[in-house]
Design a protein around this ligand. Structure first.
Ligand SMILES: Cc1ncc(COP(=O)(O)O)c(C=O)c1O
Ligand SMILES: C[C@@H](O)[C@H](N)C(=O)O
Length: 377
């Protein structure tokens, strides 16, 4: 799977809005709009100053997500990027720390190198396999020898990502995570899971979230992805870890006052949308099958485990990704180019099965249009 090209929000010009009645936004599961229930929850939230004291709605929400994840405590933060940044920096609070992470993971590619530029943490990448894991023996080989501290950074953390976005939203099993956790303990290092889509993994594997993250010392969980909240992520971990995370959140400017106003919609998302994830996964499989029936396109069906579909435009089709996305945009279908020959689509609860069929049909028509233009017909 490629990484994103220069990602610029696909701005919608006025003409586009005139031409189509509905935008089918498949760029990400981050694009959902708050539901009426979420808006009502925000408007009626019981709030207070969460810096001077605590916001009651935030506290209730944090307690609930700590319970679900099987951890002692939780902390609401504005984004998944901040959740990962804070988690890594708390684990690696000693100068000269190093984190081991996948070469294709979100923290390594899409978070502006914040763990280094802000946190002075050195990162050491290990190749991500096509299923999102890293070979256990390669992780162990990357752990620095404490005897070499005159030369080497000190390994303090290993990061996993579940589901793994850049390999297609694939799930990491509890058994694999446990093995990495055992390795971490053996070497006295900690384990963080970027669980932006951990609920998708839980749904697809049929394994509770608390079991998937049992071996982790900390987890970041996004409410703003497939769960459909407008804003927010949560860090879960021990009480001591979360206490340190709360201070660092404030240091980073993430201390929020009446935060219940945005926790309330996130709470609604947690209560109402976990059950919809299975439908998102089903729509992804339907989409993948539909694309595979279009000549010139290919989807590796084995990689479609959750709500993401990456598809390739075959070289002999002579079709450019940007050409295809442009025509689809004119028909109200938005997709995310991830390389010069592949495109990502992400399903979410605001995409219907008929939207899926319409998008497949538009893709088929666009391909035919481009091929006939190329053949000069
Ligand atoms: C796997 C993963 N982790 C972390 C993030 C960061 O979340 P946010 O966009 O809320 O910063 C994302 C994307 O949004 C993601 O896909
Ligand atoms: C763009 C990327 O950062 C985001 N996490 C997504 O999956 O859409």
């Amino acid at each position: 799977m490629g990484s994103f090209l220069h990602f610029h929000p696909l701005g919608l010009d006025f003409q586009l809005k005139k031409m189509v009645k509905k935008i089918i936004d498949l760029r990400s599961d981050t694009v959902t709009k708050p539901t009426e229930a979420m808006i009502a929850a925000a408007a009626n939230a019981d709030v207070d100053d969460d810096v001077l004291g605590y916001d009651p709605t935030a506290s209730r929400f944090e307690a609930e997500i700590a319970r679900i994840s099987g951890k002692e405590a939780a902390l609401f933060v504005p984004s998944g990027t901040m959740a990962n940044l804070i988690s890594v920096l708390v684990h690696c609070e000693v100068r000269g720390s190093e984190v081991i992470l996948g070469d294709n993971c979100h923290i390594n590619i899409y978070e502006n190198g914040g763990i280094s530029t802000i946190g002075n943490v050195h990162s050491r990448t290990v190749k991500n396999n096509s299923d999102g894991t890293m070979d256990i023996d390669l992780i162990e080989a990357a752990i620095r020898d404490p005897q070499g501290d005159l030369y080497y950074p000190s390994t303090r953390l290993i990061c996993l990502e579940n589901t793994h976005a850049n390999v297609g939203g694939r799930c990491i099993t509890a058994e694999y995570t446990d093995k990495v956790g055992e390795l971490a303990k053996k070497h006295g290092v900690k384990l963080h899971i970027d669980g932006a889509r951990i609920f998708n993994a839980s749904t697809a594997l049929g394994v509770p979230v608390h079991r998937l993250v049992q071996a982790a010392d900390s987890v970041s969980i996004c409410l703003s992805k497939g769960l459909g909240a407008p804003i927010g992520s949560v860090i879960v971990g021990s009480k001591n870890f979360i206490a340190k995370a709360k201070i660092l959140r404030k240091t980073l400017g993430g201390g929020m006052r009446q935060v219940g106003f945005i926790c309330a919609p996130a709470y609604v998302a947690l209560q109402e949308n976990v059950g919809k994830l299975e439908g998102d996964h089903k729509k992804a499989k339907i989409f993948a099958d539909g694309l595979n029936r279009i000549s010139g396109l290919r989807v590796d069906k084995s990689s479609v485990e959750t709500n993401m579909v990456f598809f390739d435009i075959l070289e002999d089709s002579h079709i450019m990704v940007d050409q295809l996305c442009k025509i689809l945009k004119e028909h109200g279908v938005l997709m995310m180019p991830v390389s010069t020959s592949s495109i990502r689509i992400v399903l979410h609860h605001q995409i219907t099965e008929s939207d899926v069929q319409y998008a497949i049909s538009c893709t088929q028509q666009a391909i035919l249009q481009l091929q006939s233009e190329r053949n000069g017909k």
